[in-house]
Ligand binder design. Structure first.
Ligand SMILES: [Zn+2]
Length: 301
């Protein structure tokens, strides 16, 4: 069965709090497991969330600040300790290659897993798999930062009444889907477009073209909202977003489920982020992330 869900491992910016671990997000997408921005403590949060090292086959780091990457050392060693049988690919800004190497080889351990380093130097496609295309877009932060987007290819959904009208049944339905035509009937005549789903991950950035491009048409957008709107100057100075800014992006992009996260420890009441997101006119599904929360990718329409 294909599972598509976000498992939230941590939601704090800069420093962890009693209730929030440093960042960390696992996206389960059919058989794939993508770990985004493993901050300090991610290995233990995986345990608490029921995520195994075996579940991971790709790691995506937006940038090399500690709250997004200090967990690499532990997670990489755990992948090797558990002798994960499949290869694992890591994406991260190319300018941080030295940070990645330090974290990968922070202490002694026995390497058992094929970990491919796939640094990101510019906007574009990083990988094409059976389930998605993975792209990166440059963000705007004091250190080089890239956001990520998964796009499932469009498919076709068979329409039973059209099949029946053409007298196509049983195994022939599968055949026309595979072969594109059957006995003079084309696949287009008996099916409709099934739009591929999109997931976007936007972390640590001020507003910029990349934010909008990544969010466009996303079924789920996970986006930082470090600050509340009253602190918008602070957000711009430090290369971050406010709740209202993030929600306005989601509203304009037609996002279906918005997940706000990466909260500054200066705020104690998470409901204020929700209130400001709604005040910005976002009307879709909204989650104010908490550690260990699971958020399903919205069902297809
Ligand atoms: Zn951060």
């Amino acid at each position: 069965m294909s599972v598509r869900e976000l498992v939230v491992l941590g939601t704090a910016s800069q420093v962890p709090t009693r209730h929030r671990n440093h960042n960390g997000y696992l996206l389960r997408w059919d058989g794939h497991g993508l770990l985004f921005d493993p901050g300090e403590g991610t290995q233990r949060q995986m345990l608490r969330a029921g995520v195994a090292a075996h579940d991971l086959d790709r790691i995506c780091v937006t940038h090399f600040h500690g709250d997004h990457s200090l967990g690499l050392a532990g997670v990489i060693q755990r992948i090797n300790l558990d002798q994960v049988p499949h290869p694992v690919t890591a994406h991260y800004p190319a300018s941080g290659q030295h940070f990645f190497e330090r974290l990968r080889y922070a202490t002694a351990y026995r390497e058992t897993v094929r970990l491919t380093e796939a640094p990101v130097a510019e906007d574009g496609t990083l990988a094409v798999t059976d389930a998605f295309t993975l792209e990166a877009r440059r963000l705007s932060h004091p250190v080089e930062s890239f956001g990520y987007r998964l796009t499932e290819p469009d498919g076709r959904r068979l329409l039973p009444e059209r099949l029946a009208a053409h007298g196509i049944k049983g195994p022939d339905a599968g055949r026309i889907q595979r072969e594109g035509a059957l006995g003079g009937v084309t696949l287009e005549e008996v099916s409709e477009v099934r739009h591929g789903q999109r997931f976007a991950f936007v972390m640590d950035t001020r507003l910029c073209d990349g934010v909008h491009a990544l969010a466009e048409g996303a079924d789920m957008l996970v986006i930082e909202s470090t600050f509340l709107d009253a602190d918008v100057r602070l957000a711009e100075d430090h290369g971050h977003l406010t709740a209202g800014q993030a929600a306005a992006v989601a509203r304009d992009a037609g996002v279906r489920h918005l997940v706000l996260t990466h909260f500054s420890q200066r705020y104690s009441d998470p409901s204020e982020f929700e209130r400001q997101a709604r005040a910005a006119g976002f009307e879709g599904e909204l989650s104010i992330a908490q550690d260990l929360m699971r958020v399903p990718v919205p069902k297809r329409t």
